[in-house]
Design a protein around this ligand. Structure first.
Ligand code: WTA
Length: 650
């Protein structure tokens, strides 16, 4: 990490947008950005009301913001329907025959849906949900591959005021079960499978397993995608195509209060149980709309492509909601970036003339490793803007992205935000902000970001501290589902009235924010958040395991890799066989992304005399192979020596 900071501190490459780009952008000078930012922070009511007025409301709001820290209400009293704004509005305003989604399946099958066609699909599915008993505020769990129907399902929920809760298709049956227990969903939407690296992911089997002891789910709606054989439980499971054939393609949408719940998305925290982040209607809608408009510079003739999965917040805000609110044409792709090889993305960019491309640093690093030849054979000249999200981007990856993919002509928006923030918080504006490899640069409109020390004082330039947001913003989470206390304790208790992001950062002399990474026990593996406590509890749920400690280590492609130190129950031998089994067990309990990269069996874990596992020491050990810090507080100093030998052997 410190090497990273050093290389950032000496980063002096800076790139300005071209005159042509600036000229057509909504914000074309830093003076204009500063003026607008100042107004938006001092008078959020004026700025956000202007943005909100560009969307459709059935009833106008009274006050823009009501803030009783840490509880915010935005567009108070207003009534709207997010789905109508994403879909119907474009049909009424003459964009009905414009392509909304250009979809490509992993096997190469293709489908294009215009806004008008999307409206019919969404209406049908809204009718299906209602005919299957779903009512306003009911929770609907979605566990689907990256197919058009995933977006249709989300929008249909929003249309009828049901609360969707998407579980990423890579998560296991047990992870689904935890989320079901918490959200008490009434209906599950899934598929007979999805394509991934040439194989079928058996989503339905995971749902069946998760539902074994469940009491809340009444219906499971199953989409046919792969012709994979699935077991249909009578009275509970119904087919998507059969249900949609029974209903009309029109549906009259009702309006909902600005603070009506829109979705719950579970994310990892520093304790074992994932948190159900709750987002609501009006503020989230306006915030995702405005960030797409200003940060991605979305225009009528753009072809936008975000490579995220709808199972993550990026897929919510920057596939389903933000882009559709802007009426843009977007590409959606089902499968893996390296299927059949690493040129797949560039083939898609070329074929559909993608103009705006949004991906993650981990993907960029994998492309670099795969070799330039795979990029060179494709024409990427349609691209005009690039984006990244999910973790700090290393300068080498940034430069490659800028030159090789962007041809040196596309601004890169490095966007910092979180599941909790709902929308992008810190990012360049592509028409004006000078960009540098490794910094997310400046706060978006309405965002009052700062870096504080432990006492709550603002850090000096280049000094590291904690990233906080000092004022509420429309897209912020409203609470942790069913756990207000955890909401207050996790985000609002470090500094009174301020949101703590959990990230460490510093600000340079020009006011650019450089995000260093998580300060809590959350790892960032390939841009995905993973709680070390979650992995530890998965490990100890294996019969042979007595105790486990999990830390991250730097990884060339993934950003961070998962390292597990495990003690076994007495009498059990740490064989290679068992090692494999323990790894797979974590995959089974959480999902493949959580499988430890390294597992070390050890007779004891390094602990303080009071019995606390010394993670700091393990972290240093896996990062550098050595332990230099103070070990005098250790209960048994010999542990370190033997662990050092084991790590060196790897
Ligand atoms: C990290 C993803 C540096 C950060 C949208 C944050 C980033 C966590 C960036 C949230 C970025 C995200 N630069 N770090 N541009 N974007 N992060 O909830 O540590 O999956 O707290 O949301 O990812 O992850 P989440």
């Amino acid at each position: 990490m410190s090497k990273n900071i050093e290389s950032h501190l000496s980063e002096d490459r800076e790139f300005k947008p071209s005159k042509e780009f600036s000229k057509q952008a909504r914000v074309s000078s830093m003076a204009q950005y500063k003026r607008m930012h100042k107004e938006s922070v001092e008078r959020p009511d004026l700025f956000w009301a202007r943005e909100a007025r560009e969307l459709h409301w059935d009833k106008k709001w009274g006050k823009v913001l009501e803030w009783k820290a840490p509880y915010a209400k935005w567009f108070v009293g207003g009534r709207t329907n997010v789905c109508v704004n994403c879909v119907d509005r474009h049909v009424t305003e003459g964009r009905g025959n414009k392509a909304a989604i250009i979809w490509e399946g992993e096997p190469g099958d293709k489908r294009t849906l215009t806004y008008k066609q999307l409206q019919r699909e969404v209406c049908r599915f809204a009718n299906v949900l209602e005919s299957n008993g779903v009512k306003s505020k009911d929770r609907v769990l979605i566990y689907m591959p990256m197919v058009v129907e995933a977006t249709v399902a989300m929008l249909a929920c929003a249309r009828i005021g049901a609360v969707h809760s998407i579980v990423f298709g890579g998560f296991s049956a047990e992870s689904i079960k935890d989320r079901l227990d918490d959200s008490e969903a009434k209906v599950v939407i899934t598929a007979d499978g999805g394509w991934r690296r040439g194989g079928v992911v058996d989503l339905k089997a995971n749902i069946d397993e998760a539902l074994k002891k469940d009491k809340s789910v009444e219906k499971v709606i199953v989409l046919k995608r792969t012709e994979n054989k699935v077991k249909m439980t009578k009275g509970r499971d119904v087919w998507w195509h059969e249900e949609t054939a029974k209903v009309a393609a029109t549906h009259k949408a009702k309006s909902f209060d600005s603070e009506h719940p829109l979705f719950i998305l579970y994310t990892s925290g520093s304790t074992g149980k994932p948190k159900g982040i709750l987002h609501t209607t009006g503020g989230y809608m306006v915030n995702t709309y405005a960030t797409c408009k200003y940060i991605f510079d979305m225009k009528d003739d753009d072809v936008y492509w975000c490579t995220a999965d709808v199972g993550w917040i990026t897929g919510h805000s920057y596939i389903t909601y933000g882009p559709m609110l802007n009426g843009v044409t977007q590409v959606m792709y089902e499968g893996a970036p390296n299927y059949p090889d690493f040129s797949r993305f560039w083939q898609i960019v070329e074929e559909y003339s993608v103009t705006i491309f949004y991906t993650a640093p981990t993907a960029i690093r994998a492309f670099i490793k795969a070799g330039d030849e795979l990029v060179d054979k494709h024409d990427l000249s349609s691209l005009r803007l690039l984006g990244t999200v999910g973790e700090p981007i290393n300068p080498e990856a940034w430069m490659w992205y800028y030159n090789k993919i962007g041809g040196g002509r596309c601004p890169i928006v490095d966007t910092w935000w979180q599941t909790e923030t709902g929308a992008i918080m810190i990012s360049p504006l592509p028409g004006c902000t000078p960009i540098k490899p490794g910094t997310a640069t400046q706060p978006f409109f309405g965002i009052d970001a700062a870096i504080l020390d432990e006492e709550g004082n603002e850090c000096k330039a280049n000094e590291g501290g904690r990233l906080v947001i000092r004022k509420p913003w429309p897209g912020m989470l409203r609470t942790i589902y069913k756990d207000k206390k955890r909401y207050r304790d996790t985000y609002w208790s470090d500094y009174p009235g301020m949101y703590t992001a959990g990230d460490g950062a510093r600000r340079d002399r020009k006011g650019n924010f450089w995000i260093v990474g998580r300060l809590d026990d959350v790892l960032n593996v390939s841009g995905h958040r993973l709680g070390t406590a979650e992995v530890e509890s998965a490990l100890v749920s294996h019969d042979a395991v007595a105790e486990a400690a999990v830390v991250g280590r730097p990884h060339e492609i993934k950003g961070q890799a998962v390292c597990a130190f495990v003690t076994l129950k007495s009498g059990i031998e740490g064989t290679d066989e068992l090692l494999k089994e323990v790894r797979n067990h974590v995959g089974k309990v959480i999902g493949a992304i959580a499988k430890p990269d390294d597992v070390y069996f050890t007779p004891v874990l390094p602990k303080t005399r009071s019995g606390k596992i010394m993670r700091r020491l393990l972290k240093e050990l896996v990062a550098t192979g050595k332990v230099t810090g103070n070990t005098t507080t250790l209960e048994d100093a010999n542990v370190v020596k033997s662990l050092q030998k084991q790590v060196a052997k790897k």
